[in-house]
Ligand binder design. Sequence first.
Ligand code: ATP
Ligand code: MG
Length: 329
Amino acid sequence: MGVEVRVEGLTKSFGGQPVWSDVSLTLPAGEISVLLGPSGTGKSVFLKTLVGLLKPDRGAIWIEEQNLPRLSERALYQVRKLFGVLFQDGALFGSMTIYDNVAFPLREHTRKSESEIRAVVHEKLEMVGLLGAERKLPGQISGGMRKRAGLARALVLDPRIILFDEPDSGLDPVRTAYLNQLIIDLNQQTGATFLIVTHDINTARTVPDNIGLIYHGHLAMFGPREMLLSSTEPVVRQFLGAQRIGPIGMAEEKDSDELRAEAEAGVELPPLPAIPLQLRPSDGRPRRAEQPPGQWCAEHGIVPPAGSFRNADGSAWQPDARQPDEVLR
Ligand SMILES: Nc1ncnc2c1ncn2[C@@H]1O[C@H](COP(=O)(O)OP(=O)(O)OP(=O)(O)O)[C@@H](O)[C@H]1O
Ligand SMILES: [Mg+2]
């Protein structure tokens, strides 16, 4: 099963320049969370801090009773084995074949024989649709293929926590749809805890159980998907609605003159778009952390945007006929 990650008061700066401060959130065990934020707000830095590649100035990262920033190099090396990371640029070794890249963590961290390694590498390459490209070098395949090779490598040690840094950037829409389905299915099969950084609003709206938004050096909001998708908080609404109107400008924050001009011109954000249903595993079973659509809104007295929780054919979602314990397994 997955592992809970509890972040408390995390602060990071480079040479006195703060990236973000006082970030607190919990990635629930086995759930999928998405992290959003304008470019340059420190999402990649956050992922690298979580795995211990960067040291925070302050704050704690609790994983299985251990506080990562306080661990010795040796203890950190052990905890890192819980993680699988897909870096933004794929981070493949350019002079190694795809096969050797994917086999690398197994050769480094396990005592598996070469034939055992071959079985694992083939399984993961098949999963990401790259069988046949094993002998190629990273420079000889497309950007999307490199992403998928990076994903295969992130999976070989059967991680309990998987961090994805923009798995969908540079992928065509069809591949993005396949990748999102693959992410849901992986979560269903492994029960690992997922954190996905993405700029794809459709991914952010349909894939996760939880959404967070980093903006202007802080975590603006983090919580259940329905909370963010029904939020009227201007920054959240602007970002999840992909709007120009709102506090976020081209160079991150609009100045007060621009905001005043917007207010005086009476420009308003359009109504909140309908909340879509979550993507389901391809075996047709409910997701691990699935809640009935609309439950969070109902529990918090929030009326979801008009047209929310519709099936693909436009019909209203109906509760599952199965018993709740069967649904939750
Ligand atoms: N090793 C480093 N040393 C100094 N500054 C860094 C380092 N890594 C990142 N930064 C700075 O930290 C800030 C956040 O960078 P980061 O890559 O995390 O942004 P991001 O949110 O992932 O952006 P994008 O959406 O474009 O990928 C940037 O201003 C960047 O220049
Ligand atoms: Mg980044």
